[in-house]
Design a binder for this molecule. Structure first.
Ligand code: SF4
Ligand code: SF4
Length: 101
């Protein structure tokens, strides 16, 4: 169940049709125990949005007007690495949580 103090992201608030498994997976706040996090090389990024389409909890936002066009909701990123695996430019690498950017 969702902790009272956790607030769902704007994207999650908009979702009205979520299965129970998807809802639990997406709303689990993993910010404190994620082992790895994705890091984007924005010099290589082509702003295609593939990472956002494949992210299971849908916590990647793409803003094509910015050079650093990919942003993550760190409260809900699971560190699963799917975004890094699916990026066609291979410009997302998974780095240990807590390491310097
Ligand atoms: S590591 Fe997983 S949860 Fe985190 S942004 Fe990438 S695909 Fe989404
Ligand atoms: S999938 Fe890779 S190239 Fe495409 S927007 Fe995401 S980080 Fe950039």
């Amino acid at each position: 169940m969702q902790n009272q103090q956790e607030k769902p992201t704007k994207k999650l608030q908009k979702c009205s049709v979520l299965g129970p498994v998807a809802a639990i997976f997406a709303s689990a706040n993993t910010g404190s125990w994620r082992l790895e996090r994705p890091e984007v090389d924005f010099d290589q990024c082509i702003k295609c949005g593939t990472c956002a389409r494949y992210c299971p909890p849908d916590i990647i936002t793409i803003d094509k007007t910015k050079k650093e066009c990919v942003s993550f909701d760190w409260n809900y990123c699971k560190g699963c690495g799917i975004c890094a695996n699916e990026c066609p430019k291979k410009c997302i690498k998974m780095v240990p949580e807590g390491s310097e950017a």
